[in-house]
Design a protein around this ligand. Structure first.
Ligand code: TRP
Length: 373
């Protein structure tokens, strides 16, 4: 019998087949249900694709944030990135959603670049490497359409002077056995990473400090970041702050069989700086739900539920609900071949990247306007 690979979801490792229902139970979060979706729709109009199709699937205190908002108390958004390499399409997914939330709720965004974290957890990376990725990744972030004045980029190493006081206050309330239980630290863990969770907690409280009164915070992020928020929520009231609320998303699969898109497997992920030829080649080699031969595909149909090409249409590139339903139907009934889908996806990605790459260049001129003062 083949042993099923165990599911592991921590901020630093994601592997195995991910069972999202189980994660909700394990982490003690809430599913984003119909009632909540209805409430969100009341504010945003038509639901964003990532909500309609369940990419954002879980939350903490989202109902509370909406109560506050409806009572006239505006919230800020907080998300971030560990700059350990170039940005790929999987990274852009929650950023695109965050931009949508920002527009719909007129919310300021704090974006943390954890160059310290990535230096500490990755034996290969130097501080120069993570500073360089911070710069490169910030260009991709800005290319998603954020405007100066509405987003602040926090670079941990450079901006530590703005963070340290709050980090110390957080750290004083968290003992080692708590972080050990939450993050799985061991005796061999370096002491930098043991302190680091206090730094990732800080942006939850910056707006409250700046404004001199409590400001609600909503964090849209992949579910693997949840351990940080468990810790942060635990100590928030001890420091006199609101608990940060969360919306959790799933991982976008890579183009290979199983697993999320990961820069450590470059052949299975589309980087934002890839050339049209590179995109074509990667998509061409993608894992699909197709049959081994055209004849079988025509007779038996394919399986979109395991197809990475379909997943890219579903979560990112096919906005039209009727079109996506039609694509699924045609795949299942053998009306479309994998080659057709791959060609179409390649075109869509390249069209998207053409615009993204232009904006990414333009971001170089305005990057300074997003930095902390
Ligand atoms: N730890 C995150 C990572 O490695 C980076 C991060 C910092 C973050 N603050 C965040 C991600 C808030 C999401 C939300 O990618």
């Amino acid at each position: 019998m083949v042993k099923k690979e165990e599911m592991v979801v921590t901020p630093w490792k994601v592997s195995g087949r991910i069972d999202y229902e189980k994660l909700i139970k394990q982490f003690g979060t809430q599913p984003i249900d119909e009632e909540l979706l209805e409430r969100i729709r009341g504010h945003t109009g038509r639901l964003h694709l990532q909500l309609r199709r369940g990419l954002f699937f879980s939350h903490r205190d989202l109902d509370w944030i909406l109560d506050k908002y409806e009572a006239g108390e505006k919230f800020v958004l907080y998300t971030g990135r560990g700059p350990s390499g170039p940005v790929h399409l999987g990274h852009l997914v929650p950023w695109i959603f965050t931009k949508h939330l920002q527009d719909a709720f007129d919310a300021k965004l704090y974006f943390q670049m954890t160059d310290d974290e990535k230096f500490l957890v990755n034996p290969e990376l130097t501080l120069e490497d993570t500073a360089r990725f911070t710069y490169e990744n910030a260009l991709d972030l800005i290319a998603c359409g954020f405007e100066p004045g509405k987003m602040v980029i926090i670079r941990d190493v450079k901006d530590i002077g703005h963070l340290y006081r709050i980090a110390l206050r957080v750290a004083k309330h968290v003992n080692y056995s708590t972080v050990k239980a939450i993050f799985g630290f061991e005796d061999s863990s370096n002491i930098g990473i043991i302190f680091f969770p206090a730094i990732q907690a800080v942006p939850c409280f910056i707006a409250s400090e700046e404004e001199g009164h409590n400001v609600p915070v909503l964090i849209p992020a992949a579910i693997d970041q949840d351990p940080y928020w468990r810790m942060t929520r635990d100590i928030a009231s001890k420091l006199g702050y609101y608990k940060p609320a969360q919306m959790h998303c799933k991982f976008l699969p890579g183009l290979g069989k199983g697993g999320k898109m990961s820069a450590s497997m470059p052949e299975t992920c589309i980087f934002t700086t890839d050339t049209p030829e590179e995109v074509e080649q990667k998509v061409w080699n993608a894992f699909t739900g197709g049959r081994p031969t055209v004849k079988e595909q025509r007779e038996l149909g394919g399986d979109p539920s395991i197809c990475t090409v379909y997943a890219y249409f579903y979560y990112l590139f096919e906005e039209d609900d009727e079109e996506i339903a039609e694509l699924e139907r045609r795949c299942r009934t053998g009306g479309v071949l994998c080659g057709d889908c791959k060609k179409r996806l390649t075109e869509r990605i390249n069209r998207f990247l053409k615009v993204h790459q232009r904006r990414r260049e333009e971001a170089k001129d305005i990057l300074d306007k997003f930095l902390m003062e």
